[in-house]
Design a binder for this molecule. Sequence first.
Ligand code: HEC
Length: 142
Amino acid sequence: MQKLSARQTTVILLAGLLALVWTLGTVHARPGKRYDEGSQMCRFIDKGEYDWPSDHWGQGARTFKKVCQGCHFKGNDKGVPFIHPEIMSSEGWNKVFSKKRKACAKDGSWDVLSANELLILNDYLYRNANDTYDPNDADSCG
Ligand code: HEC
């Protein structure tokens, strides 16, 4: 391979640095704190014990796929609407869990989940909702 000039090296390093800053900035725009009305607690979902379970690969995502999308999957023949995290905003998801007014919350379909599993599921949906990559801060407390 041809040796790069000092100028070419500088350009490449700068581009790499920009990409890194951009990536960190994007990640940082995700909400880090969620006010939970039920427990009246501020949950720090981007660090510590709640971080991993509420991210794409964590427990919350698995619960969502297994339990919620067990009914709400695309193309089901029961007329249940297909849902995914981005159908609503972070605050919208908080309301779904604090008010429990949806048909399935009222008819006991959520009862297979413990209080703690519901909190983690709420964390996951809050963190991955349709507004979480908004440059405006989406934290709801703290
Ligand atoms: C046993 C099947 C079943 C399970 C499990 C279930 N749901 Fe539902 N869900 C329904 C049905 C049926 C409706 C009512 C649809 C309607 O109003 O026509 C509904 C409605 C909803 C709605 C309103 C959707 C809309 O477009 O109006 C949301 C949001 C929702 N469920 C979220 C969840 C979440 C979150 C979970 C997991 C904790 C879950 N559901 C688990 C069957 C289920």
